[in-house]
Design a protein around this ligand. Structure first.
Ligand SMILES: C[S@@+](CC[C@H](N)C(=O)[O-])C[C@H]1O[C@@H](n2cnc3c(N)ncnc32)[C@H](O)[C@@H]1O
Length: 239
């Protein structure tokens, strides 16, 4: 994991932007299985937005793991009302000792951080160790099928910059209201597929992101985001 230089509070505030609510949250929620009574791990949980959402959806216990101190600090501050239901760990996922008891692992933007196959395998192995047999992973990520040279999506309150499909090349997100960019690393689709396989997952598939049909902005606003390969993609895997 490279050093996270963006600020937790600014990142948290960006969760109010339309692409986060109508695409990111909508896609994730549509892919979560029924979590009623289930145990979940939120990998790279950040300030815990989806950890709390999973409890709200009925999960009985959520572990949130994140390697950035200010994100975990903010997550713990926001844990009022969730005590005993969410426990946060300030740790790199590669160093977290999973107990094989989780029904679901959620990874929102966490797999945009490994810089090569070896790191991706290490992330995936740790996620795998958290899951019971038959447990599932639901991820949301930079879309590795979208390759370009330049900057896109400024009309959606974020800019995505990339320069081709070199493995480990930077994919930079500048999000409205955030003073520092989010720096991710490009890995090819086959690299992710291999990483999940090597980590012991039996099934892996990509899912196109989806738009909340009742979004406030209207279809025309979103056309460019969905015109070709969208900037983000979801991933499903099964242990
Ligand atoms: C863009 S944020 C997303 C946070 C949260 N999942 C969300 O959707 O709001 C990515 C998070 O992954 C965390 N992260 C990246 N690599 C990690 C690793 N190896 N171990 C633990 N956390 C990691 C970062 O610290 C950061 O908080």
């Amino acid at each position: 994991m490279g050093n996270i230089t963006y600020k937790a509070q600014e990142y948290s505030d960006s969760k109010q932007l339309p692409f986060r609510i109508e695409v990111e949250k909508y896609t994730l929620f549509s892919l979560f299985p029924d979590v009623t009574g289930r145990k979940v791990i939120d990998v790279g949980c950040g300030e815990g937005i989806y950890s709390r959402a999973l409890v709200d959806l009925g999960a009985v216990h959520v572990i949130g793991v994140d390697g950035a101190a200010d994100f975990i600090e903010l997550a713990r501050k926001k844990n009022v009302g969730y005590e005993g239901k969410i426990e946060y760990h300030y740790k790199l996922i590669q160093d977290f000792q999973g107990q094989g008891d989780r029904d679901l692992a959620v990874g929102s933007y966490v797999l945009s951080n490994p810089i090569n196959l070896e790191e991706a395998v290490a992330y995936c192995k740790s996620i795998n160790a958290c899951l019971r047999e038959g447990g599932r992973f639901v991820g949301f990520n930079n879309n590795p099928f979208e390759v370009f040279d330049g900057v896109r999506y400024a009309e959606y309150s974020f800019q995505k910059e990339m320069h081709g499909d070199t493995e480990g090349g930077e994919v930079i997100y500048r999000v409205l209201g955030m003073s520092n960019p989010i720096i991710n690393f490009y890995l090819k689709p086959q690299t992710y597929e291999k990483a999940f396989r090597e980590a012991g997952f039996s099934g892996f598939s990509w899912r196109r992101i989806s738009l909340n049909p009742t979004n406030e902005q209207g279809e025309a606003y979103w056309r460019n985001l969905f015109a070709n390969e969208p900037p983000f993609i979801a991933m499903l895997a099964e242990k």
